[in-house]
Design a protein around this ligand. Structure first.
Ligand code: AMP
Length: 417
């Protein structure tokens, strides 16, 4: 039996990197006052079709939809922002928490074509700053993001920003863009021919190179923005400069989801190859209202954890090592007598794994070496008689005797933290 295509098991070193990144994420979020939220993995399909937009690739082609036994139309979440917004409306989270800062960590599901770095179950970490419409709230959320990335040892990343304006501002742009498109429609793919009718902005994120080429010299959405949106964009750029976060402007970057208003951004890493987008986000001032809440501005981002792990593994910090020892009791009496001591050491917080097989010492030591323990704690008849443990340093090979009551102090002093 095999796992479902595009869905993989996480274990060993890769999982340790996931856990390391999640722990750094939790520290940074805590420092900035972002609280965790966990929403169900399954939602009513409508949450995403209304929230993300029917004509986006995510909703149109990539969702895992199914009906349950009561014929409810349900979907495995393809992203978490729409669910977070549904949750905050349903649980009236804004009533006592305005502004509201939330983060999430969890698996998402998209039926995408398989490529390196692209999965059908993948993980995202996201931050949402809800209730504030200012560029200041955007820069705060971006500083948080870059602190997180820097703390993981990632530096060579490029931030690309754009403004996609408000829906009413896009109308003027669409007139100009449609006439541009008409003049070269034969150069676009069938999907883009559909998109020009349903949702022209989606043409910008078509993945087909000839469509990107056909967009050369397209009219700029920026030229249709009102003064307040232009000012917002200008202020954000000034704040990013003040925060010493380098960026470039990319007028084609519109993001694959429909809910963005004004600011949109992505962060890339050249080291990720074809799937170079590490994360994306932006402002979504109309989503809360669209999903049944009051008019509420909001801003957020989502980072692909699978891709982040690949980067951190090759270029960032190594995951935290957890120094540990293997305790090897030789025989049943030794095992029984060691239990109260072990219980005490575990309560004191020591990392001690226990050998429970009745195998020769040589075999236990080989296991201790293979599992990269720092020490082997050997406890046999001789040790019982003297009230000691023989502690073997598995790197140097040196063995020392240590009285049972001093094991905690010994390990705390000699462990490589
Ligand atoms: P999006 O929700 O589409 O804005 O995606 C945000 C980030 O999630 C991307 O930049 C990727 O890092 C990650 N991501 C999106 N789709 C996938 C996927 N199918 N496999 C792995 N990572 C993904």
């Amino acid at each position: 039996m095999q796992s479902v295509k595009g869905m993989r098991d996480l274990y060993g070193e890769e999982l340790e990197y996931f856990q390391f990144i999640e722990s750094v994420c939790k520290q940074v979020m805590h420092q900035h006052g972002y609280k965790e939220i966990r929403t169900p993995i399954v939602e009513h399909t409508e949450v995403f079709s209304r929230g993300i937009g029917d004509s986006t690739d995510v909703v149109h082609k990539e969702m895992y939809n199914f009906t349950d036994r009561s014929q409810r139309a349900l979907t495995l979440r393809p992203e978490n922002t729409a669910s977070v917004v549904r949750a905050l409306v349903q649980n009236k989270l804004m009533e006592h928490n305005d502004p509201l800062k939330l983060y999430y960590i969890g698996p998402m599901f998209r039926y995408e074509r398989m490529q390196a770095g692209r999965y059908r179950q993948f993980w995202q970490i996201g931050a949402e700053s809800i209730g504030v419409s200012t560029p200041e709230s955007e820069v705060e959320c971006l500083i948080l993001l870059f602190q997180f990335l820097h703390r993981l040892g990632l530096k060579k990343l490029s931030l690309s920003i754009n403004s996609v304006g408000m829906p009413e501002e896009r109308e003027g742009f669409f007139i100009a863009f449609k006439s541009f498109f008409k003049s070269r429609s034969h150069q676009f793919c069938p999907d883009c021919l559909r998109r020009i009718e349903e949702n022209p902005l989606r043409i910008f994120d078509c993945k087909i190179p000839t469509c990107q080429e056909a967009l050369t010299d397209h009219p700029l959405l920026m030229n249709s923005l009102r003064q307040d949106s232009l000012d917002h964009h200008k202020q954000l750029k000034e704040l990013l400069t003040a925060a010493e976060i380098p960026f470039t402007e990319n007028h084609r970057m519109v993001r694959g989801l429909d809910y963005y208003t004004r600011t949109a951004f992505e962060v890339y890493s050249g080291e990720l190859g074809a799937q170079s987008a590490l994360l994306g986000g932006g402002r979504y001032d109309q989503l809360v209202h669209q999903l049944g809440g009051a008019q509420t501005p909001a801003f957020g981002w989502a980072i692909g954890l699978d891709r982040l792990v690949t980067l951190v593994q090759s270029h960032g910090k190594s995951s935290v090592q957890h120094p540990s020892s293997l305790f090897i009791p030789l025989g049943q009496t030794a095992f029984r007598l060691s239990l109260p001591w072990l219980t005490q050491w575990w309560e004191q917080g020591l990392n001690i794994h226990l050998e429970t097989r009745s195998v020769p010492l040589k075999k236990s030591l080989a296991t201790a070496n293979r599992q990269q323990h720092q020490f082997a704690l050997i406890f046999g008849d001789g040790e019982i008689e003297k009230g000691i443990v023989s502690i073997k340093n598995l790197t140097s090979g040196i063995q020392e005797e240590c009285s049972l009551s001093e094991v905690e102090a010994y390990l705390n002093k000699n462990t490589n933290h």
